[in-house]
Each structure stands twice: as structure tokens, then as C-alpha cells.
Design a protein around this ligand. Structure first.
Ligand code: CDP
Length: 230
């Protein structure tokens, strides 16, 4: 059967990666977490002190972008590809609330986007890919056969992310997680370059009141229709 491209966009913590991983496993497609790439560049910027609570040296970061290598390596045990920054597995280090607090600023830099979008296009050039992010259906794969746009209330999303972080052993305060979710929603949808918007031809899924199984069944129905029509 001909493979398709599935683009999943949406606000922070809407469960994009959960449904993307499920679909990729089910279809035997490659899953690409584009947010992990922005997070890895952010981690690099933090380590080199280009960004901190008081300042962001955009020129400094841009001048060193060439030496930032982002790649993915499939982890058999986990069943998905983990992200590497200059050969180091940074999958765990990029999920902290600290990285989340800087990532939307780094992701607004055009040079950063150019670099990562070009890698993303390359990763999806043979189709058979499920990619999630903010601009996948609008910029990275505007011709994707299926585009989903995930939404849920900010409260629901912050609760999900809060529980995720606690489970990982991060000592976080719920109010700070909610604040970060709301801040990123704002920055991601108002930035000049590739803002988060629903593509005209995207199907919106509000999963505030859907269980994981209900969500998967609903999306699978949509996927099967697209595959049948091909
Ligand atoms: O999983 P979560 O919703 O927390 O976010 P993510 O997918 O890991 O993305 C982290 C951040 O990267 C977002 O808040 C955006 O600022 C940025 N991003 C982006 O600008 N474009 C993408 N295609 C993916 C992520």
C-alpha cells in the first residue's frame, strides 16, 4: 500500500506525541518528534549560556548553529527514536520545565527554524512518516495527505504535563506548569515565523474528554478513510 504523510500539530501538551507514536507503531511508519529538535537546540543554548533567565544572545546562538548536530536513533526497547545532540542522547534532559521555559524563544528564531525544517523535510521525503509539532501541516509538509490539529483545555493539558513531570521525578509546582503551558501557547501562536495555526485542511480533535483508546479509535477511523481513498 502507498505510504502517506501524517502531520500532527497543536498546542503544548495536547497528547500529540502519544497519538503520533501509536499511529507510527500501528502503521509501521517512522515517528518524528519535531519538538524534541527545538528542545535539543534549546539545551545547547542553555549549556553555552546563550540563553538564561535574564538574556538571550540570539546572534551568539546563530553564529554557532553549524556545530549543532541533531539526530534520531531508534530505541528498540522504548519503540521510538530518541533525540541526540552532537552524539549525546538528550532525551531525558530536554523534557525539564527549565528547557520548556526557554524553548519557545529559541523556536522563534528564523535561522533555527530553517535548519530544523530542512532536517524534518529530509526525514519525511519518502513518506511513511508521522511528525508532530506546531508547523508540520503548514510549513514542513503542506501537502501531507492527513493533517490533524489537536486541542484540549489549558487546564487539562497542564494537569497531564504536571503528572508526567512528577512521574519522571521532577519536583514541579502545578501553577508553574500551567503558566508555562499558557506562555508557550501565546509565544508559539503569535511569533512571526511559522506561528502555530490550524492548517485550513486539518481535522481538529479536541481530546479534553477522550480516553486514549477513544482518541486512538477516532483517529484510526480517519486514517483508514484517507488510506482507502488513495
Ligand atoms: O510536548 P510539548 O507540547 O510540550 O511541546 P513540544 O512538541 O516538545 O515542543 C516544544 C516547543 O518547541 C514548542 O512550544 C514550540 O515552541 C517549539 N516547536 C516549534 O516551534 N515547531 C515545531 N514544529 C515543534 C515545536
Amino acid at each position: 500500500m502507498n505510504k502517506i504523510t501524517i502531520a500532527i500539530d497543536g498546542f503544548s501538551s495536547t497528547g500529540k506525541s502519544t497519538i503520533a507514536k501509536q499511529l507510527a507503531n500501528y502503521l509501521g511508519y517512522v515517528y518524528v518528534d519535531s519538538g524534541a529538535m527545538y528542545r535539543a537546540v534549546t539545551l545547547y543554548a542553555m549549556r553555552e549560556d546563550f540563553i538564561n533567565d535574564n538574556s538571550f544572545n540570539v546572534e551568539g546562538l546563530v553564529s554557532r548553529l553549524e556545530e549543532v548536530a541533531i539526530s534520531f536513533l531508534f530505541n528498540e526497547t522504548l519503540g521510538f527514536a530518541e533525540v541526540y545532540l552532537n552524539g549525546e542522547n538528550v532525551e531525558a534532559s530536554i523534557r525539564t520545565l527549565e528547557v520548556s521555559s526557554f524553548v519557545s524563544k529559541v523556536a522563534a528564531v528564523t535561522e533555527v527554524r530553517k535548519k530544523l525544517v530542512s532536517i524534518q523535510k529530509q526525514l519525511g521525503k519518502d513518506k511513511g512518516v508521522v511528525m508532530d509539532g506546531r508547523d508540520i501541516g503548514t510549513v514542513v509538509f503542506p501537502d501531507a495527505e492527513l493533517k490533524l490539529f489537536m486541542t484540549a483545555s489549558a487546564q487539562t493539558r497542564a494537569e497531564r504535563r504536571y503528572l508526567e513531570l512528577l512521574e519522571r521525578g521532577d519536583k514541579v509546582v502545578y501553577e508553574n506548569v500551567l503558566k508555562n503551558v499558557q506562555e508557550r501557547d501565546y509565544l508559539d501562536s503569535t511569533r512571526k515565523d511559522s506561528p502555530l495555526v490550524k492548517a485550513e485542511d486539518a481535522i481538529e480533535i479536541d481530546n479534553s474528554h477522550l480516553s486514549l483508546k477513544e482518541q486512538f479509535d477516532k483517529v484510526l477511523n480517519i486514517v483508514n478513510k484517507v488510506l482507502e481513498d488513495k
